[in-house]
Design a protein around this ligand. Structure first.
Ligand code: ACO
Length: 378
């Protein structure tokens, strides 16, 4: 054979000598959406510090995140109306679907209901995805309590209607404000595990619903979005002030992790923790819980500094998330669904960004298994 008919394959770039387990410090995407500065304890969302966004509505943050990425530009008021219509559309899908969620954990029920939304029908679906989560999460919560779902009110904002659909009656303004702050606080957060998952799936052109369902599957783990329920379990297990230090010390001695502490990126306090602490402080009925939680937090930080001196471990977003969501009436086993209601903002924006500019995400692995026996003969 001539070299013309059997050309050498083009050279591939050399692989790194070592894999990076956990992909720590690997830059895997460029984004205009958000930046987590773990050394400074700063979260920037499209040019705004989180603290400056915290008083804005969830809809205004959606407008910010979707700007120049969604096919049609929409401002806050248009997004509010579009979400109201999309909640009503979603509610109409519920009757045949809801019974299939019986016996499932709330986050698995949400995954099942989201799977009924088809990538093939129209698109790009970002509004419908954001609208669907509170409708589904509230209906799942009520069904587990033996109650019928409550139809959305198109005229309300997303946070107010979420609580109304959950409780079956209008929520106090202070509770709406606290939930709105929560949804804004968790709306986007760099290339966290669930957002990365969404971008990987979006990069294959599988569609927005497939991408965000994959993201939800990543979110539900206790090392990511599954921690706030266990934070309350921990507070309940400790029970009283005199037991705080011994309880935490024993948990650490058993090699357990204290829920609501530590973060892959933040080496100082997670800025979201203070924003949520502020949100819960405004709720009249949460006072006793907050004082106890603050005592647990102070003791946990002191013990973590003693026992893990080489690793700065600070309070993360999940600690005060637990208090906010409990105070406004969510069941603790449904907290991850409320997280998904907020993070859907970021997931959809990242999917739109990935679909617009991205390339198929396909990293390599380093093979460390056995090699086959050498080939013999020709
Ligand atoms: N309690 C006790 N020790 C901890 C904790 C904790 N919460 N977090 C980390 N450590 C310790 C580890 O045991 C390890 O100690 P070692 O070196 O002596 O073995 C050291 O700190 C480093 O731990 P890593 O696993 O390398 O830290 P990583 O960056 O992977 O962990 C994570 C981040 C998963 C959030 C971790 O801190 C954790 O498990 N926290 C508790 C669960 C939690 O709060 N999850 C919510 C995270 S926030 C979010 O995703 C929205």
């Amino acid at each position: 054979m001539t070299s013309r008919s059997n050309p050498s394959p083009p050279a591939l770039a050399p692989l790194a000598a070592h894999a990076a387990p956990g992909l720590d410090d690997v830059i895997a995407a460029e984004t205009v959406l958000s930046h987590v500065d773990g050394a400074a304890g700063r979260l920037i969302v499209r040019g705004h510090d989180l603290e400056a966004l915290a008083s804005r509505s969830f809809e205004s943050v959606l407008a910010l995140l979707w700007r120049d990425l969604a096919p049609e530009p929409m401002e806050e008021a248009e997004i509010r109306s579009a979400l109201g219509r999309a909640r009503t559309h979603t509610f109409a899908l519920l009757p045949p679907l809801l019974p299939a969620t019986d016996g499932l954990a709330p986050v698995e029920a949400l995954r099942l209901l989201l799977s009924a939304l088809a990538d093939a029908e129209g698109g790009p679906h970002h509004v419908l995805a954001v609208a669907a989560v509170p409708v589904f999460a509230a209906a799942i919560h009520r069904r587990r309590a033996g109650k019928d779902p409550v139809a959305p009110d198109m005229d309300l904002g997303q946070a107010a209607d979420f609580l109304r659909m959950l409780h079956g009656s209008p929520a106090a303004e202070s509770h709406v404000r606290a939930l709105d702050t929560y949804l804004v606080t968790v709306a986007d957060h760099g290339l966290n595990a669930s957002t990365f998952t969404a971008r990987v799936i979006a990069s294959t052109k599988a569609g927005l619903f497939s991408s965000v369902i994959g993201a939800l599957c990543a979110l539900k783990g206790p090392l990511h979005g599954g921690a706030p329920g266990p934070v309350l379990d921990m507070l309940d297990a400790i029970g009283e002030e005199s037991r705080i230090r011994p309880w935490l010390a024993e948990a650490l001695a058993r090699g357990e992790r204290l829920m609501g502490f530590g973060h892959r990126i933040y080496r100082v306090r997670d800025p979201r923790a203070d924003v949520l602490k502020g949100a819960v402080a405004g709720l009249r009925d949460a006072g006793g819980r907050i004082r106890f939680a603050e005592a647990v937090e102070a003791e946990a930080l002191a013990l973590l500094a003693e026992r893990k001196p080489l690793r700065p471990l600070e309070t993360n977003v999940e600690f005060y998330t637990a208090l906010v969501l409990e105070a406004v009436g969510f069941a603790r086993d449904g907290f991850t669904n409320v997280f998904a209601a907020g993070r859907m903002a970021g997931w959809t924006a990242h999917v739109l960004e990935q679909e617009k500019a991205g390339r198929l995400i396909r990293p390599q692995s380093r093979y460390v298994g056995p090699m086959p026996a050498p080939r013999t003969g020709a």
